[in-house]
Design a protein around this ligand. Structure first.
Ligand code: G6P
Length: 472
């Protein structure tokens, strides 16, 4: 029987250490939901890091047992690997480069060495489980070398790779000392998927200019194999967000919040803490809004949720301080006894509370500097049962390629963003509903299950195509 193995840096369950014991928390993330029906099938498995440093073997065994009961196989990372592979090469070299922040990128040989070593570690973990005929689906920038490593060990395997972040212009890629190795690593796959055609074009350009490979119709010719490349815009579990927003709990929370906020109109912003998200620029734009349109003071508040992330990486710690400072300054300058301009939360929220925030908000601000896709934009759309509400979306989020009925803005243009907030607040209901229902139809149809199926079907097709070419 042929099996499917999913591989990503993080497992869809987060293991955490409390004072007395370990806790196992299933992830609410879109990927976990979308692939849930696959990796939980008989014989299939998800390979990844459980997200914490484990010192002793007994604890490793305990984690392994718990996770294997739910079709997961952990890859443990040492403290040095967490520092050099995860915080280092993945999040201080690749992440800033791929998000057009090359000034934040570091180029450390030791980080590269750890990246190679951890990709090899993942390779060994997969090989222990995979037979020669199995299908392996590798995810994201932490594992760019894995497809080639797997290909060398198991030439017959079907290997898919999907990149969840942007693939940048060749000009950014060429700055990386290890650029050719990284591209060759990805090319070990049979099928490489991106969120947009733009990212795919950048990849084709990079492989052509750096490796000299020609391509036609999304088919790259390497010296010994053909690799398919395509765009698969990722979706969300639409039904889950509709249900969460309609739940008794979400409605109750919403009523409580409305009362506490005395019916102030709400603009909402939800992100992981990251410089790619444009959080500081968004805050400045909100300030411009209340400066230019003083009539919104005491009428409109920004609820800003920032989810802690990668706090051991210097840029993230610095950004946290910058955000604290801007929020403090704006609130101190404009607040009144009965009105707080910005309600700022630095933590994550459970799904029902998020759903109640989506219900409450009239406007959602999704204004990253760069974002592979951005699923918050889609979650907001799914949560608006009555069709009312306005999405303000950065032209540099992958989601902007699909959600053209949002108010599309350039996130560095603070004045334009402030105007978009004003326009959203005065938009007639009829226009809101018109735009929102068009976006809902799209997000409903291309949900995460459709995304998974499209990718898996295309991967199976790519293998058949390889075999036909080989026998011709
Ligand atoms: C992005 C990446 C994922 C990553 C997630 C959370 O969405 O594409 O690969 O897992 O951020 O980041 P973390 O560093 O906490 O895994």
């Amino acid at each position: 029987m042929s099996r499917t193995i999913i591989v990503s840096n993080r497992l869809p369950t987060k293991v955490q250490r409390t004072a007395e014991s370990l806790t196992f928390q299933p992830s609410e993330g879109g990927l976990a939901t979308g692939l849930g029906s696959i990796y939980r099938q008989e014989g299939n498995v998800w390979v990844g890091w459980p997200g914490l440093f484990v010192e002793d073997e007994a604890e490793e065994q305990h984690i392994e047992q718990e996770l294997s009961a739910d079709s997961m196989a952990p890859v443990f990372l040492t403290e040095a690997e967490i520092r050099d592979f995860y915080e280092g090469f993945s999040n201080s070299t690749l992440w800033p480069t791929f998000h057009y922040f090359p000034q934040y990128a570091t180029y450390e040989q030791a980080h590269w060495d750890a990246y190679v070593a951890v990709n090899e570690k993942f390779c060994r973990a997969v090989l222990e489980l995979a037979g020669p005929e199995d299908t392996i689906w590798v995810h994201d920038y932490q594992l760019l070398l894995l497809p080639e490593m797997l290909r060398n060990a198991r030439p017959e395997c079907t290997i898919g790779f999907f990149l969840h972040i942007p693939f940048p212009s060749y000009e950014l890629i060429r700055a990386l000392p290890w650029r050719s190795e990284l591209l060759r690593g990805m090319l070990g796959a049979d099928l490489i998927g991106f969120h947009t055609f733009g990212y795919m074009r950048h990849f084709l350009s990079a492989t052509s200019q750096l490796l000299g490979h020609s391509s036609q119709n999304g088919q790259i010719e390497t010296p010994n194999r053909t690799v398919l490349v395509d765009a698969f815009p990722m979706g969300i579990d639409y039904g889950r967000f509709v249900a969460a927003a309609a739940s008794e709990q979400a409605q109750q929370h919403e009523a409580e919040y409305r009362e506490a906020l005395r019916d102030t109109r709400i603009i909402l912003s939800i992100d992981r803490l990251d410089y790619s998200k444009g959080i500081a620029e968004r805050l400045r734009a909100f300030e411009v809004l209340i400066q230019r349109y003083p009539e919104w003071r005491e009428q409109v508040s920004l609820i800003m949720v920032v989810v802690p992330s990668r706090d051991q990486v210097a840029q993230y710690a610095a950004l946290k301080e910058e955000i604290d400072e801007i929020v403090g300054r704006i609130n101190a300058q404009y607040r009144t006894i009965s009105w707080t301009p910005i309600h700022y939360f630095y933590r994550s929220f459970p799904l029902e509370e998020l759903a109640s925030l989506y219900r409450l908000a009239e406007v959602a601000l999704v204004t990253p500097m760069r974002d592979g896709m951005n699923l918050v934009a889609k979650e907001f759309v799914a949560s608006k049962a009555d069709g009312k509400g306005v999405l303000i979306l950065s032209e540099r989020a992958g989601a902007a390629r699909e959600l053209s009925d949002a108010l599309i803005i350039n996130p560095t243009d603070t004045a334009q963003l402030a105007e978009a907030m004003h326009d959203a607040l005065v938009m007639p209901e009829e226009e809101q509903v018109h735009r929102m229902t068009a976006m809902q139809a799209l997000v409903r149809q291309y949900d995460v299950f459709a995304w998974t199926k499209l990718f898996m079907d295309r991967l199976a097709y790519s293998k058949i195509k390889q075999l036909t070419l080989a026998t011709e």
